[in-house]
Design a protein. Structure first.
Length: 135
């Protein structure tokens, strides 16, 4: 009986954790679609860094994923780790591996929000730029 109770409690915890995760993901998708609004103001390269100036017109954005496409069609994705508060304009920068991808031809930006401790990438809010200049 004790083993059955332990299994039942263990399974109950798994169900509760899964439910919380699904709820957070759903809330993240709602926030992404209704509250995330930003513009890429400029993209430039300085040495081995990509620098993107972003104007945030919506809710707080907790992080960004930058995908760089090089001239050899190779791709590198970078988790930036920089947040931008509501109504803030900020430059975010990240190291880029030019040996891996070659010259950068396209930059894709995906905002990430954090809901109940879980990151949710706002894929439908991805923006791209091919207007890449030296800084």
């Amino acid at each position: 009986i004790a083993i059955a109770i332990l299994i039942w409690m263990w399974y109950g915890n798994i169900v509760n954790e899964r439910t919380a995760k699904i709820s957070a993901q759903g809330n993240g998708e709602i926030i992404c679609s209704s509250q995330i609004n930003y513009n890429i103001k400029s993209v430039c390269i300085s040495d081995d860094n990509i620098i993107v100036k972003i104007e945030n017109k919506g809710a707080d954005i907790n992080n960004f994923k930058i995908t760089l496409t090089g001239d050899s069609s190779k791709i590198d994705t970078i988790n930036v780790g920089t947040s931008i508060a509501k109504t803030q304009t900020k430059e975010i920068s990240a190291y880029m591996n030019t040996i891996k991808i070659g010259a950068v031809k396209k930059v894709s930006i995906i905002p990430v929000v954090n809901i109940q401790g879980l990151d949710s990438a706002c894929l439908q809010k991805k923006q791209e730029s091919t207007n890449i200049k030296p800084c």
